[in-house]
Design a protein around this ligand. Structure first.
Ligand SMILES: [Zn+2]
Length: 158
C-alpha cells in the first residue's frame, strides 16, 4: 500500500523542506504548516535525503549560494523579530542557524573544489553574503570573530 506524502504534495512543500534543512523541530514545522509531526518526520526520513541529493547533483553552485543567502535572510529576520520581543533564546537559535549556514557553505565549497573549477569565493554572491553575515553578527562579537576567522581560513585555502 502506498500513501501519498502530504508534505511532498503540500503547496508550501518547498518552505517545509527549507525549514527541515535549517533544522527546525518537526513539531514546530507541523504546527506552522498545519500538518502532523508524523507526516513531517516520515517525509524527512524518506524523501528529504533524496530531494537534497538530487538538488546537490543538479543545482548549480550559484543557485545554491543564492538559496543560502535566502536562508541567511530568513534567519536574520527571525532574529530581529525575536530580539524585538525580547525572546533571546530564539534570537540565539537564529544566530546558531546563521553559523550552521556558514558551515554548510564550507561543505558546499569543499564539494565544489573537488568537482568543479568554479571559485565561488570570488563570486559576487559570495562577497555579498560574506558582508551580510558579518554585518548580521555585529551584535555578537564572539560569534562574529569565530565566523570571520573561519572565512579567512577558507579563503586562504581556496
Ligand atoms: Zn514526502
Amino acid at each position: 500500500m502506498s500513501r501519498v506524502c502530504t508534505i511532498c504534495s503540500h503547496e508550501q512543500g518547498d518552505d517545509i523542506d527549507r525549514a527541515l534543512v535549517m533544522g527546525l523541530p518537526n513539531r514546530r514545522i507541523a504546527a506552522q504548516y498545519g500538518t502532523t509531526e508524523q507526516a513531517v518526520r516520515r517525509h524527512k526520513d524518506k524523501h528529504l535525503p533524496t530531494l537534497l541529493a538530487e538538488s546537490q547533483r543538479h543545482v548549480r553552485a550559484d543557485t545554491l549560494m543564492a538559496r543560502l543567502e535566502h536562508y541567511t535572510h530568513s534567519a536574520h529576520s527571525i532574529r530581529t523579530k525575536a530580539e524585538k520581543s525580547g525572546d533571546l533564546r530564539t534570537a540565539l537559535a537564529a544566530i546558531r542557524e546563521l553559523v550552521r549556514i556558514v558551515e554548510l557553505q564550507e561543505r558546499l565549497i569543499g564539494e565544489i573544489k573537488d568537482t568543479a573549477t568554479v571559485n565561488v569565493l570570488v563570486a559576487p554572491e559570495w562577497l555579498q553574503l560574506r558582508t551580510a553575515l558579518l554585518d548580521i553578527l555585529q551584535p555578537f562579537p564572539e560569534v562574529r570573530a569565530l565566523v570571520a576567522g573561519e572565512l579567512v581560513r577558507l579563503e586562504a585555502a581556496a
